[in-house]
Design a protein around this ligand. Structure first.
Ligand code: E4P
Length: 217
């Protein structure tokens, strides 16, 4: 399963990339607001850090507006994936852009039927939001299982990009279901490395090493 980082914080992306944990990056207008930086400038910087897909979201809601904005963002770098909302105009833009060789991430997916439409429109990625789904009392991970089943039934090549990931169990379940990608905030990715037995083990080994009185090198 590929790991995308869900942030516009370039220092965080650089740091995680050094551990080989960044296969791509997702941004959205809220994350750009949080970073407090110029949208096009930050996307360009992220594309210089990673060769993987970098999702940059258009904000127009009509097809012509989306295409105008997509034209600007896709020129930033070859690894930009234009992010469009799951609407009829978004699907039209998805089809036009993917037919033209541009990666497209269809975002704000909350049903398996929506995911089916995105695949039919040729989406490179579909982004089902598991955390926001859980928030309103639906089972976000069930949505991922349903989409996996449907995509496998028809050999759709659209990659399932699990979004709105809030904790380690979302990551684990995504991997068990066979999602292609998950995108999570840096803090969630860092949390995955933690285990009390690892920490205790390090402490124990260091204590015994001290007793040997040796040094390496
Ligand atoms: C995905 O592309 C979105 O940017 C993101 O995962 C949304 O997560 P949230 O529901 O925690 O805002």
């Amino acid at each position: 399963m590929k790991f995308f980082v869900d942030t516009a914080d370039t220092a965080e992306i650089r740091d995680l990339a050094a551990s080989g944990l960044v296969d791509g990056v997702t941004t959205n207008p809220s994350l750009i607001h949080k970073a407090g930086r110029d949208f096009l400038e930050v996307v360009k910087e992220i594309c210089e850090i990673t060769d993987g897909p970098v999702s940059a979201e258009v904000v127009a809601l009509d097809f012509d507006g989306m295409m105008r904005e997509a034209e600007i963002v896709r020129k930033i770098a070859d690894n930009v994936a234009v992010k469009v909302p799951l609407t009829i105009d978004g699907l039209k833009a998805c089809k036009a852009l993917t037919d033209d060789g541009t990666m497209v991430n269809v975002t704000l997916c909350f049903s398996a039927n929506q995911a089916l439409l995105a695949a039919k429109a040729g989406a490179t990625f579909i982004s089902p939001f598991v955390g926001r789904h859980d928030d309103i009392g639906f089972d976000g991970m069930q949505l991922i299982s349903d989409i996996r089943l449907i995509y496998d039934n028809y050999d759709f090549e659209t990659e399932i990009l699990v979004a709105s990931v809030r904790h380690a169990v979302h990551v684990l379940e995504s991997a068990k279901i066979g999602a292609d990608v998950m995108t999570a905030p840096p803090a969630v990715i860092r949390q995955l490395v933690k285990h009390p037995l690892t920490e205790n083990g390090i402490k124990g080994f260091l204590a015994d090493w001290e007793k040997t009185g040796q040094k390496i090198g």
